[in-house]
Design a protein around this ligand. Structure first.
Ligand code: CUA
Length: 324
């Protein structure tokens, strides 16, 4: 009775731990797209098989400990059968099953890549994500919008060191390696916002190199894409303050004289959920603090403190938060 209660307590504690983990971080075991669903299924198969193998080994060990020692010289073929069966036949079956599943999944991935009708270029930088649509006609950063239920081909590359692109709830992790472009088919089955992370240590702010995949209905996605071509009025006092400072040297805003490429493109900045690739929430207070001294929030980031007056800061913050 006590043993059963203890076991139950252990199971409840494990379940609580698992649920706490899944609330704080996105999990591959909570898939929202075909890529992650395949990985999740494979994971459960491997988990089931390993439980079976461990259970058998532990059972046989217990059986061997309890078994009476046979008199010397007595003939016993069961030992040989066990070695051949457990050491060769069963592992060969298990590995063959997993190999066939893996080859089938690779084939599916290849056909998904071919069927993708939208291509998005994602370029990793220390420590943010550049996102390009339509061969670079539309550029954004740190938020990747995609239409729900459609395969999107991601061209993954890097501008500096090795990074790794990972949206656990949607697809596998793929490294971004200097000098090459890796391709990945990504699809979300449900509308929603999915957290992406850099999965490879890439320097001081690796942990603050996050992004979001915003999956929306195709009509909403088309409307979002259309909004990216909206040009801010040239006489906007905020734009004038923005261009009058050093901002435009590193950042771009479509349709203006700001064409810098060192930092993230800011064309739809006001609609983004975070500042600094997931460093802080995007609001006027955090943006003002970021402009004045980004190093306080994200030490090591390439953005130096900006010597702007209080009125210039207000105008720039108002301008950027209005870019939607
Ligand atoms: Cu980029 Cu870690």
């Amino acid at each position: 009775m006590v043993g059963r209660r203890r076991r139950l307590g252990l199971i409840v504690a494990l379940a609580a731990l698992l649920s706490a983990c899944s609330e704080s971080s996105p999990s591959t075991l909570d898939p929202h797209g075909p890529g992650a669903a395949r990985i999740s299924f494979l994971w459960w198969v491997m988990f089931g098989l390993s439980i079976l193998v461990i259970g058998t080994v532990v059972g046989l060990t217990a059986f061997g400990i309890r078994r009476k020692v046979r008199p010397e010289g007595s003939d016993d073929a069961s030992g040989i059968r066990l070695i051949v069966g457990g050491g060769f036949v069963v592992p060969a079956i298990v590995l063959t099953v997993l190999f066939v599943m893996m080859v089938r999944d690779l084939g599916t991935e290849a056909s998904e890549l071919k069927s993708a009708q939208l291509t998005v270029d994602v370029i990793a930088h220390q420590w943010w994500w550049e996102v390009r649509y339509d061969d670079g006609d539309i550029v954004t950063a740190n938020e990747i919008h995609i239409p729900v239920g459609r395969q999107v081909k991601m061209n993954l590359s890097t501008d500096d060191v090795i990074h790794s692109y990972w949206v656990p709830q949607l697809q596998a992790k793929v490294d971004m390696i200097p000098g090459r472009v890796n391709e990945l088919a990504l699809q979300a089955d449900d509308a929603g916002v999915y957290r992406g992370i850099c999965g490879e240590f890439c320097g001081l702010q690796h942990a603050k190199m996050q992004f979001l995949v915003v999956a929306e209905e195709p009509a909403d996605f088309d409307a979002w894409l259309q909004r990216q071509t909206t040009i801010p009025p040239a006489d906007d006092p905020g734009l004038k303050a923005f261009l009058g400072s050093t901002c435009g040297g590193c950042h771009a805003v479509a349709g203006t004289e700001a064409t810098g490429t060192l930092g993230p493109d800011l064309t739809d900045f006001g609609s983004r959920r975070s500042i600094g690739a997931g460093a802080v929430e995007n609001n006027a207070t955090n943006l003002a603090a970021w402009i004045l001294d980004a190093q306080e929030i994200k030490p090591g980031s390439k953005m130096p403190p900006q010597p702007v007056s209080a009125s210039e800061l207000r105008a720039i913050v108002g301008f950027l938060e209005g870019l939607k």
